[in-house]
Structure formats: structure tokens, C-alpha cells
Design a protein around this ligand. Structure first.
Ligand code: UDP
Length: 237
């Protein structure tokens, strides 16, 4: 059956989501728009949508092969992908292998400390509240997720980290930290959703430490497009 785009359901900071003629599937369309600091900083990163779409699809497929269920169905074009329709769990799940960003700031440490074990933290996905830190008890108390869902999300997130850490090291990239989002399928299963891209991960060149991710935009480091293009080249050759 041919699947066609129908009405736009949602427009976020970096993506649009469209309904399709199949009620269980939606189309995600990646934009070049970039925001940081909860929308305070706005800009465009030319070609970003293509990089994020293709890289995210590649990584989701890799994760599927390694036994992690995801929303990914089929890449439709450079910027558009068919995904399973899910209800997003209102948590941003952050895994860290190396200190950076808000972690370094919160605890008053430098960036670049290599952790003996990865860390996990949750933020409540709520733009009005600026995504406040939330622990598992808070999430359960507020009905954001059940205890079982939290346990599943934790073990899936650590599994994603193991797969991606090894994969990126193989292409000369250190996976410093990243953010994941999960969704509930209509039958109540948890799957990996959203995207995995230079917008949502910190990538440092394994040799030089050069930043190859959205921090170049956030921190005005220059050569933002170049960093996205370099990551594209590392992944696809
Ligand atoms: N991150 C994200 N979306 C957010 C916040 C963080 O994708 O709304 C990613 C970010 O790219 C980094 C990781 O999560 O790879 C950890 O981010 P951190 O908490 O250090 O926050 P930041 O310094 O980016 O504000």
C-alpha cells in the first residue's frame, strides 16, 4: 500500500511531523533550523536536516540489528523518514561517558573527565519549565512513566550507549554524551524514538578532541556546517 503524507501534526524546533494515510505511521521532516538555550539562540545550519535524517536512520538501523527496538521504518528522502507513530515519554534521557556541558557546570568540574562508568539522568520534557532535572521517583509520582517503563528505558539507554560508543570509536569519534527520547507504541511497548545526531550528541574527534557537534553552534566556535559535514563523511565515507 502506498503511504501518503496528509496533515501536519506538529512543528518542533528542528523537525515537522505529518500524519499519513496509515494511522500507525507518521512522517518526520528534518529542518535546517537550529536553536539552543531553550530557544533563546536561533539560527540555520545549512544541510543539517539531511545529515541528521540520514545519520539518525543509519544509527537506528544499527541499533535494531543489535536488538534495540526503535520507531524507524523507512527513509523516504534526504530529509523525510517514515516512523512508527508513538506517544513520546515526557523524559529526556541523557547518558554521559565524559564530563561536558551542563554536567561540568552543575558540579563545577572541567570538561573531559572520563567516567569509569557511564551516568544516566532524566529531564522532564517541558519547554515552559526549561526541562528540569527529574529522578525516577518524580517521574513515577507524576505519572510520566511507570516503574517498569523506567527500568526498560534505563537498560535500553545503556545498551544504546555500548553499541554507539563502539561504533563511533571505529570511525575515530569519541561519544561524550547524548540525549535519547522514547515512545510508547499503541500496544504499550517502549521503543527508541526522536533522533540521534550531532544535534543530540556530543562528538569529539578521538585524536584531536575537536568538537564535531552542535556545541560549535551553541558556543559560536565557527565551522558549524563543516562539523556536520565531517560527521556525515565519517559515517557514510
Ligand atoms: N541535549 C539535547 N537536547 C537538550 C539538552 C541536551 O539533545 O534539550 C544533548 C546535548 O546535545 C548533549 C547531551 O544531551 O549531547 C547533554 O547535554 P547537557 O545536559 O550537557 O546540556 P547542554 O550543555 O547541551 O545544555
Amino acid at each position: 500500500m502506498e503511504i501518503n503524507k496528509t496533515e501536519q501534526l506538529y512543528e518542533g524546533k528542528a523537525k515537522k511531523v505529518y500524519a499519513t494515510t496509515d494511522p500507525n505511521l507518521v512522517i518526520v521532516s528534518y529542518k535546517d533550523d537550529a536553536t539552543a538555550f531553550n530557544g533563546l539562540k536561533k539560527g540555520t545550519i545549512t544541510g543539517k536536516g539531511v545529515v541528521n535524517n540520514k545519520m539518525s536512520n543509519y544509527l537506528m538501523s544499527l541499533l535494531e540489528k543489535e536488538g534495540v527496538p526503535t520507531h524507524f521504518v523507512e527513509e523516504l528522502s534526504d530529509r523525510e523518514t517514515l516512523v512508527r507513530r508513538v506517544e513520546i515519554v515526557k523524559l529526556e534521557v541523557i547518558i554521559r561517558n565524559v564530563s561536558a556541558g551542563s554536567f561540568a557546570k552543575r558540579f563545577g568540574v572541567e570538561e573531559g573527565i572520563v567516567f569509569a562508568e557511564p551516568t544516566i539522568e532524566f529531564s522532564y520534557k517541558n519547554d515552559d519549565l526549561h526541562d528540569p532535572l527529574m529522578n525516577a521517583y518524580h517521574a513515577i509520582a507524576l505519572g510520566v512513566a511507570t516503574r517498569e517503563e523506567i527500568e526498560q528505558i534505563k537498560s535500553m539507554a545503556f545498551k544504546v550507549n555500548e553499541v554507539l560508543k563502539a561504533y563511533f570509536l571505529g570511525i575515530g569519534v569519541r561519544l561524550v554524551d547524548f540525549k535519547l527520547e522514547f515512545g510508547r507504541t499503541p500496544d504499550g511497548r517502549i521503543v527508541l524514538a526522536d533522533e540521534i545526531s550531532p544535534d543530540t550528541c556530543r562528538f569529539w574527534d578521538a585524536e584531536t578532541g575537536e568538537k564535531l557537534d552542535k556545541d560549535r553552534f551553541r558556543r559560536d566556535l565557527g565551522n558549524v556546517e563543516g562539523a556536520y559535514a565531517e560527521m556525515m563523511k565519517r559515517v557514510f565515507g
